[in-house]
Design a protein around this ligand. Structure first.
Ligand SMILES: NC(=O)c1ccc[n+]([C@@H]2O[C@H](COP(=O)([O-])OP(=O)(O)OC[C@H]3O[C@@H](n4cnc5c(N)ncnc54)[C@H](OP(=O)(O)O)[C@@H]3O)[C@@H](O)[C@H]2O)c1
Length: 332
């Protein structure tokens, strides 16, 4: 495993990490979660990602039980949770001071831990002033409930506003952002956040590196039974990824990437994960899996990074044909 600094901090996260969205509490019970997390841990994963919203807290309960059963040292782990969707009450959603405090405390109880290493604002809240959110996140750190805080799917402008306010008020600024990033979803990480890496030392913990499985090639010949896009609850995702013109165009590209992967001697999941890992602004690639074999396959990506050399990256780029534009040099 490789370990990378999380942005401009002294914290090291495994380049491949493991998260529980869709899976824990839906496809994966506590026993299987234990086997999966143990496999990831044994491969060197130290960062495990969660959210209060995942299966309405059930996912955190499962992760907490697994960590307790495994008996891992807390200092060997980097645990996260994300706050935004905590329930149905008028104050159970969003990034008010009240929900951040109550949501974080409930999550810690479910995870059976005194603190999370990383606390994320799961989405921007259009109704809470950013200043209130920054202050609340700073308070969670002051109370020892989190060590670092960050955002997920915030615009560069929102991140910078939070950062500037925190600096001005001598509060803890956001350190990391959790954006979607994969071969089909590039603009934010490669373009929009470009200046934030330099200016504020933003780290990224990227999600859906396999585009929910599309990039494994498993949907090239239809929808396998029991796969994510076969789940009734996630029919919205199936529609988005497979039943739109955009989705069909992506599938065509995956079919072209498959022989390339074969040619250079990696599997499709490995190719897609390595492609993400090659971006130096990615601190960690959060993987997800519905069984242990997938965890093993995904962890093996790290040992095959050399196979995806510059020439291979160029061939991938030709197939994807979606590289975000460079900043225009108007001086010519
Ligand atoms: N901040 C956010 O808003 C946000 C949003 C989403 C996710 N996340 C985080 O990011 C993590 C990863 O996201 P993700 O689960 O969407 O990642 P992903 O890698 O795009 O998709 C993972 C899914 O793909 C399939 N898969 C994985 N490895 C495979 C393999 N080797 N061969 C075949 N199929 C394979 C599995 O689904 P099936 O076997 O069921 O097909 C697995 O559950 C989440 O767990 C969560 O922690 C964060």
């Amino acid at each position: 495993m490789q370990y990378r600094f999380l942005g401009r901090s002294g914290l090291k996260v495994s380049a491949l990490s493991f998260g529980s969205w869709v899976t824990f509490g839906e496809q994966v019970d506590t026993d299987l979660a234990y086997d999966q997390m143990k496999t990831a841990y044994d491969a060197g994963v130290n960062f495990f990602d969660n959210a209060e919203a995942y299966e309405m807290g059930k996912s955190e309960v499962i992760m907490g039980k697994v960590i307790k059963k495994a008996g891992w040292k807390r200092s060997d782990l980097v645990l996260s949770t994300k706050i935004f969707w905590g329930g149905d009450g008028p104050n159970d959603t969003g990034l008010s001071f009240k929900h951040i405090k109550e949501g974080t405390e409930a999550a810690l109880e479910r995870l059976q831990t005194d603190y999370v290493d990383l606390l994320f604002c799961h989405r921007p809240d259009l109704y809470t002033p950013i200043e209130e959110t920054v202050w609340a996140m700073n308070q969670m750190i002051s109370e020892g409930k989190a060590l670092y805080w960050g955002t997920s799917e915030w615009s560069a402008e929102q991140i910078r506003k939070a950062y500037d306010f925190a600096k001005q008020e001598h509060l803890r600024p956001p350190l990391m952002e959790q954006p979607q990033y994969n071969m089909f979803h590039r603009d934010r990480v490669e373009k929009e956040y470009r200046m934030l890496y330099e200016d504020i030392g933003l780290g990224t913990t990227i999600w859906s590196p396999l585009a929910s499985g599309l990039l494994t090639g498993k949907y090239n010949d239809g929808i396998p039974e029991g796969s994510r896009l076969d789940l009734e609850k996630y029919s919205w995702l199936r529609k988005q990824l497979l039943e739109t013109e955009e989705g069909r165009a992506k599938l065509k590209k995956v079919k072209k990437l498959a022989p390339l992967a074969d040619d250079i001697g990696v599997t499709m999941p490995q190719l897609a994960l390595i492609w993400c890992l090659k971006n130096e602004n990615v601190s960690t690639v959060i993987t997800g899996a519905s069984n242990v074999k997938q965890v093993e396959q995904n962890m093996s990506a790290i040992d095959n990074m050399d196979k995806v050399d510059d020439a291979a990256m160029e061939r991938i780029e030709e197939i994807l044909a979606n590289k975000p534009g460079e900043e225009q040099d108007w001086r010519g």
